[in-house]
Design a protein around this ligand. Sequence first.
Ligand code: ZN
Length: 175
Amino acid sequence: MAPFELCSNCNRSLNKVHRYFIEKVFKQNSILNKSEIIYEYAICEPCTQNISGDISSESKNAIQSLYELHSEYLFRKLDYLHRTEKYNIESWIDRCSLTGKETRLCSEYAVSGIIEDNKLVFELSPLVVSDGFMEKLQSVLSTETKEILDDLKDQIMGDSPAVEDFIFSPTSGLI
Ligand SMILES: [Zn+2]
């Protein structure tokens, strides 16, 4: 996880914030048979708090219920990773954190993590969200929440055609 220097949303220097969040989205290249980063960004904690404040409690509850519904796999995996002290990124991103789907079988997946004092935190995250779980997330979000996330996506990535049809999912920092 290469270091970022500026918040992708407000351009604040990330050296000046204690905590920030990163997300990397991968797409499977079926010809080369490997996954490639299609975009990545960092967002500072103050920005996530502002955005989170705009998301309705209804949507937050819906997202939380969906995570709870899939928490059994998540906690079993976390328990294993912490017990065996597997604090290397590879062990954390081989499968979807919620569904267990292997990332090599996903046409698209997102990895999000928390950086504190310039170090990746191994706790509940890094979190991997498969294409299947992204679709589930989209299905529980209200139109208003989707608009907020779309605005954020535009702010962060502009209107690059590569990400036009991309499903923008909320990172761990937003919920
Ligand atoms: Zn920011």
